[in-house]
Design a protein around this ligand. Structure first.
Ligand code: FAD
Ligand code: MG
Ligand code: MG
Ligand code: MG
Ligand code: MG
Length: 539
């Protein structure tokens, strides 16, 4: 019994051993977390605060449940019900994860939050330069500097206007709670303006033309919400002008919702058509003035249309502070900050990036093919048997997730299939072996299946959770380093590279309709799938 409760006894012992506790405090590494969105919050919820000296810096002292943001624009959902104060989240961690530390030691684990922007990261000196907007310090700037040993960047992305003239000045964006509130006010304003006595019909129509630029999930969902809001509430309040309302979705690609299964895209387009929402595919917005929007279509050329309100949801861009980091570390030619599969930023030390601000560079099988062969060929025979490949296969699939995708895409079920494929047809039992050249042929096209992960809350949250688990077991990792392929040797699953688990996508389409795409090609369309989808986040 004494042996089995060893862990607890050790913790209890340290309570009375003051020197041990003090040295532990002195040794704590300094960790700075930037951002309190999906990625940052998931990280903070899962991190063991007793292990690090943590400072959280973000201009927003609350977390926003972004999937419900479009519903706030039309009053379906109250703003306060989709935010959670960050100080509450930090406090929760203390209670949920460290409750026994609190019980056993006099003081709980402290973690700081400061409401400020990080405007520069010094990757060599390991410092972040921050600026608070809500108060100034002695030199009148509100600026301060924080040192770090580990930096977790979770600042998300910003809107991308693609330098389209007029977008910044005349369009709404939909990213924050304030944006949703402003949009709501603006919709009502348009209805009031259209009701004024001195306008002619053309001018009323202009004010009631709502344009959404971008046919991604956010734009589509907002269009659907707006349609319902107009149909259910506003037509009752403004009966005289209800027939003049027009909602347009402008999409440069061939379809809306291109990240979903095509059946969903078609379903959504058909639904919108029935609702009278004008979906313009193949149109690119080139200019926006205060009362007209100009777009270009390959076949018909340039057209301009009057509008009352425009919402821009057509793309994501990199924040300036991240662009600067990329310059410092030799990533200036990349589009997005790049990490390895353990979410470490490539080209610098002690920096991790999660969520929309970064992308994972998946290592290619063909880059490592010789090492893989050598590793698998345990008997140094110069050939790999089915068993030799089998022995490393699971590890290979973890290290190179594209391998599994490739087998699936080729409808191959096992290694024998792979060998037959490489050897070009039927193979006798005795010669089910591959030499290095044959292995290269067998795996030649595997890397074509490398896919970058979508910029979604699901990915961000899973990365935050994964990275926290890595940090929680960091000491263990340092004491037991493992090679890149020896992933399962000691059963330490936390050494695994980050692996995304797709739980499906969901697109509310207004009314009681929604389209959900779930793993395994199961598609359900209709009422009730919404809550199924939200449960994806509630893990
Ligand atoms: P964010 O959640 O954007 O968080 C970034 C954080 O960093 C914020 O707290 C911000 O204040 C802070 N920050 C910014 N700049 C700095 C700085 N310089 N210094 C310090 N902190 C900074 N995804 C889904 O999976 N399903 C959906 O249904 C869905 N719906 C969406 C609807 C809308 C309207 C929007 C806008 C997005 C939606 N998304 C959805 C996408 C999802 O919200 C993002 O993928 C997710 O927020 C990314 O998380 P993140 O932590 O990387 O960034
Ligand atoms: Mg974040
Ligand atoms: Mg967020
Ligand atoms: Mg990302
Ligand atoms: Mg061999």
């Amino acid at each position: 019994a004494a042996a089995s409760s060893g862990g607890i006894v050790a913790y209890a012992g340290s309570k009375f051993d003051n020197t041990a506790e003090q040295t532990q405090v002195a040794q704590k590494k300094k960790m700075v977390v930037l951002g309190t969105g999906w990625a940052g919050t998931a990280f903070l919820k899962n991190l063991d605060y007793s292990l690090y000296d943590v400072k959280v810096i973000s201009p927003r002292n609350y977390f926003t449940f972004t999937p419900l943001l479009p519903s706030v624009t039309c009053g379906t959902v109250e703003p306060r019900s989709i935010v959670e104060p960050i100080r509450k989240i930090i406090g929760k961690n203390k209670l949920l994860f460290n409750w026994f530390f609190i019980l056993l030691s006099q003081k709980g684990e402290e973690i700081d939050y400061w409401e400020a922007d990080c405007y520069k990261i010094n990757t060599v000196g390991k410092k972040v330069l921050c600026r608070s907007k809500i108060g100034t310090n002695l030199d009148g700037t509100g600026e301060f500097v924080v040192d770090y040993d580990y930096l977790v960047i979770a600042v998300g992305a910003q809107v991308n206007t693609f330098n389209t003239p007029g977008v910044m000045e005349h369009c709404h964006f939909l990213k924050e709670i304030e944006d949703a509130r402003r949009i709501r006010r603006s919709v009502i304003d348009c209805f009031e303006k259209a009701s004024l006595p001195y306008l002619d019909e053309e001018e009323r129509k202009k004010n009631l033309h709502f344009v959404i630029v971008g046919g991604g999930p956010t734009g589509v969902e907002f269009a659907a919400e707006l349609h319902d809001f107009v149909a259910e509430d506003l037509t009752k309040l403004y009966p005289a002008i209800q027939d003049l309302v027009k909602i347009s979705v402008i999409q440069s690609g061939e379809h809306i919702l291109t990240m979903f299964d095509q059946r969903i895209a078609e379903f959504a387009e058909a639904k919108f058509q029935r609702d009278g929402i004008d979906v313009r595919t193949g149109y690119r917005v080139v200019k926006i003035s205060d009362n007209s929007i100009t777009m270009k279509c390959k076949s018909t050329g340039e057209t301009s249309e009057p509008y009352g309100m425009a919402v821009w949801s057509a793309g994501v861009g990199t924040r300036p502070v991240i662009v600067d980091v990329m310059k410092q570390i030799g990533q200036e030619n990349r589009r997005v900050l790049t990490t390895d599969e353990w979410l470490r930023v490539c080209g610098c030390d002690g920096i991790y990036a999660i969520g929309d601000c970064a992308t994972i560079s998946q290592r290619k099988v063909m880059e490592d093919i010789s090492a893989i062969f050598k590793f698998a060929d345990k008997d140094n025979s110069g050939t790999l048997t089915v068993k030799e490949i089998q022995d490393i296969f699971e590890d290979l699939c973890i290290r190179y997730p594209q391998l599994e995708l490739y087998l699936k895409s080729k409808h191959m079920s096992d290694i024998a299939d792979l060998i037959r494929d490489a050897k070009g047809g039927d193979v006798e039992k005795g010669s089910m072996q591959l030499d290095i050249d044959e292995l290269k042929i067998a795996l030649a096209h595997v890397d074509s299946q490398v896919k970058s992960l979508p910029a979604t809350a699901q990915v961000a949250a899973q990365q935050g959770q994964y990275l926290a688990q890595c940090f929680n077991s960091m000491r263990d990792c340092e004491e037991h380093p493992t090679g890149p392929l020896r992933l399962r040797d000691s059963g330490r699953h936390r050494f695994r590279p980050f692996q995304y688990k797709h739980f499906g996508q969901f697109a509310p389409l207004g009314g009681e309709q929604a389209a959900a795409e779930l793993p395994g090609d199961w598609i359900s369309i209709g009422h009730g799938s919404q809550w199924l989808w939200y449960s994806v986040y509630a893990r």
